[in-house]
Structures are given as structure tokens and as C-alpha cells.
Design a protein around this ligand. Structure first.
Ligand SMILES: Cc1ncc(COP(=O)(O)O)c(C=O)c1O
Length: 379
């Protein structure tokens, strides 16, 4: 059997990783400034994470959600403490798309409406409602196209008001900071108006923090830069540092009932052990403070590179803007400088998503590699 060929693949086989370093099967070391698509939060193979998973699997790895699992309660408690959402409740699932799928479903159950507002260049995942709210027709199959979704320009409050006037809007879904789309984000004024308008129209505000959450922006959630409190917050990626886990944080205004949401694997013992190790490490190693400090340092270093025309994003969720397309540069960085970076639908943007534990020394190494790659390519 061959693999279904849906991924364009770089010819590299990682076999080992530690912190922000990855080694391939030939022993070549790489610097990871992409975190496997913004997933690696506390660093690859963090000792506390490895121990937590090892010890948990020795005891019990999985049982169904029809029995008690105190680890889920522990995740909810620690997540509440770190995020500040102490009166919200938590539903656990396995991935980002699934988190958004449940968020949209819960919104629609709650207010009985069915249309969704999303934004240009959004990415919310590949399952049915999540992909329908993703602004990329190429990945929306006819079977997903039945959802009524209105796409609006980001930061256009007149368009938002007009769409809400149309009625039957169940939810607005918006990323804390856009990832795949290219690091655009709502202004504080827009986020605050959005919250107010959702409230006035009985529309659920869903903040997709799957990529921008878990400290990546320099606050636990990116929307906390804007002083708002969404109704539902979706999380995944950094939550498990590579172990598949996702979830939604749910405002107390939603009423739970048995069977309303559900999953076989979501919140299993192993994934909770991973999630707890992440939360502990973010706290114990003061990683959000590290994000703020290293983000400032990275910006300082990038200012020394004239080809970097602008930096988008916050914390360690950044996009370096060039006045040329970055495909060749990214390839040069991987194959010649041994540095992983990412791309976006904005073709002149290099995406930077290192582990939250990145050091100044590693930023220096990245800067030298980037300068060298630009020089080699004559850019
Ligand atoms: C903002 C955002 N939402 C949702 C998703 C989907 O997450 P997953 O791939 O875990 O389903 C992603 C993944 O890139 C994302 O960046």
C-alpha cells in the first residue's frame, strides 16, 4: 500500500529532536523555527513531557469518556488558572478542526441559528463546518459546501454590521492572529466592536486560538491583547506539544446536556498527561515571559537585515515580509542552512513559529543563517 499523496514533502527524515533542534537520519542537525507548524510549544522531547507520557502509559493510556478521568479535571483547572478563564468549562477533543467543528455546533445548538461569519484569508481546519469557514475554495468539497458562510474583510466594521443585519447568524469565527493566511490580525477597536455587536445580535463569538494560543503571542491567548472575552475559544497545536489534543473553552452561558457533544479519543489519559506537562512547563519555565523577551530580540536582529521589509504578528508567531516571493529562500534555509521555517498564502512572507523556549543564541544562529541564505541567493 502506498501513502495517499496529499503532502508536498521535503526530502528530510527527522529521527530525533530536543528543544529547538532536530536531527535527520544522516545525523544532520537542524534549527527548528517552525515548530512543526506551530505545534511545538515547550520544545521537542522536553524531559518533563517525556517522563509524563512514559509514566502515564505505564499506568493507563486510554479508557472511554463513560468513566471518570480526573486528569481531565486537572487539565481544566490548570488551563483556567493560566488563561484566566476560571468560570469557563472545557470540552476536550483531538485536533484543531475538531475543536472548531464543536465550537460551531455548540453555537448553533445554543441560539438555534445557522449562518456563520468568517473572514478573508481565514483557516479553521478541514472538517465539514471548519473547512466551510476556511477562505480557500480549493479545499472545500461539494459535501462541505452546504454550510451558509459569509466571508468579510478583516477590520471592516461596516461590512460586519451589514452582515449581522441580514439575520440568522449563529456565530462569528475569527483567528486571534491569522496563521496560514499570513499573520494579519484584527485591531483592538475591531475586536471590541465585534464582541459588542455579537452580544447585541445574540451571535456567538468564537476565537480560534489553535495557532495563536498557549502563550505564542506573548499572552496566553492572542485576543487578550485586545481586552475581550469571547464566548468560545478553540485550542489545539501547542496544547499537546505534538501529542494530538484539542479543546474548546466554553463560557458559563452555554448549558451542557448529556450527549450534546462527544468523542471516543478526546481527553484520553495519555493526551491529558501531555497537556498537563505543557501547562506545568509553561509555568515552571516562565515561557510566556521568554516569548516576550525573545520576540523583542528577534525583531531587533531582523532590523539588521535590510531585505526584511516588515514584521507581522506578535510574540513568536511572526511573518517576515520581503519584496520577493520566499519559496527559494525557504528551500535554501532548509537544505543549505539547515533551518526550518514556514510559508503562508501570502507568497512574500516567511513564517516564524519556533518553540516558546527558544534562546537568544538560537535567534543569533537563525539571523546568521538567514543573512547567509539571502547572500547565497543574491537577494
Ligand atoms: C488557526 C487554525 N485553526 C484550525 C487549524 C486546524 O487544526 P488541525 O490541523 O489540528 O485540524 C489550524 C491548523 O493549521 C489553524 O492554524
Amino acid at each position: 500500500m502506498s501513502l495517499f499523496d496529499v503532502y508536498p514533502i521535503y526530502q528530510i527524515t527527522p529521527v530525533k529532536a530536543s528543544g529547538a533542534k532536530v536531527w535527520d537520519d544522516k545525523g544532520q542537525q537542524y534549527l527548528d523555527f517552525y515548530g512543526g507548524h506551530g505545534v511545538i510549544s515547550i520544545g521537542h522531547s522536553h524531559p518533563a513531557y517525556v517522563t509524563a507520557i512514559e509514566e502515564q502509559v505505564q499506568k493507563i493510556g486510554f479508557y472511554s469518556n463513560s468513566i471518570q478521568n480526573p486528569l481531565q479535571e486537572k487539565v481544566a483547572k490548570q488551563l483556567a488558572q493560566l488563561s484566566g478563564y476560571t468560570d469557563y468549562s472545557l470540552f476536550l477533543c483531538n485536533s484543531g478542526a475538531e475543536a472548531n467543528e464543536n465550537a460551531l455546533k455548540l453555537a448553533s445548538f445554543h441560539n438555534g441559528k445557522s449562518k456563520v461569519i468568517a473572514f478573508h484569508k481565514s483557516f479553521h481546519g478541514r472538517t465539514s463546518a471548519a473547512v466551510a469557514t476556511t477562505d480557500n475554495p480549493a479545499i472545500v468539497a461539494p459535501v462541505n459546501a452546504g454550510h451558509a458562510v459569509i466571508f468579510l474583510p478583516l477590520n471592516d466594521s461596516d461590512a460586519l454590521k451589514a452582515a449581522l443585519q441580514g439575520g440568522d447568524i449563529t456565530a462569528v469565527i475569527i483567528e486571534g492572529i491569522q496563521g496560514v493566511g499570513g499573520l494579519d490580525e484584527g485591531t483592538t477597536a475591531f475586536f471590541q466592536e465585534l464582541q459588542q455587536l455579537c452580544h447585541e445580535h445574540n451571535v456567538v463569538l468564537i476565537l480560534d486560538e489553535i495557532q495563536s494560543g498557549y502563550g505564542r503571542s506573548g499572552k496566553f491567548f492572542a485576543h487578550q491583547h485586545h481586552n475581550i472575552q469571547p464566548d468560545i475559544i478553540s485550542v489545539a497545536k501547542g496544547m499537546g506539544n505534538g501529542f494530538p489534543i484539542g479543546g474548546i473553552l466554553i463560557s458559563p452561558k452555554f448549558k451542557a446536556s448529556h450527549g450534546l457533544l462527544g468523542t471516543t479519543f478526546g481527553g484520553n489519559h495519555l493526551s491529558c498527561a501531555a497537556a498537563l506537562a505543557v501547562l506545568d512547563t509553561i509555568t515552571n519555565e516562565n515561557l510566556i515571559a521568554n516569548v516576550i523577551a525573545q520576540s523583542a530580540y528577534l525583531r531587533e536582529k531582523m532590523a539588521e537585515i535590510p531585505q526584511v521589509k516588515n514584521i507581522k504578528g506578535k510574540g513568536l508567531m511572526l511573518g517576515l515580509e520581503f519584496d520577493f516571493e520566499i519559496a527559494a529562500l525557504r528551500k535554501q534555509l532548509i537544505y543549505e542552512e539547515f533551518i526550518f521555517t514556514g510559508n503562508a498564502s501570502q507568497k512574500n512572507l516567511l513564517r516564524i513559529l519556533p518553540p516558546l523556549s527558544i534562546t537568544a543564541k538560537e535567534i543569533d544562529q537563525f539571523t546568521i543563517g538567514l543573512q547567509h541564505a539571502l547572500e547565497e541567493l543574491g537577494l
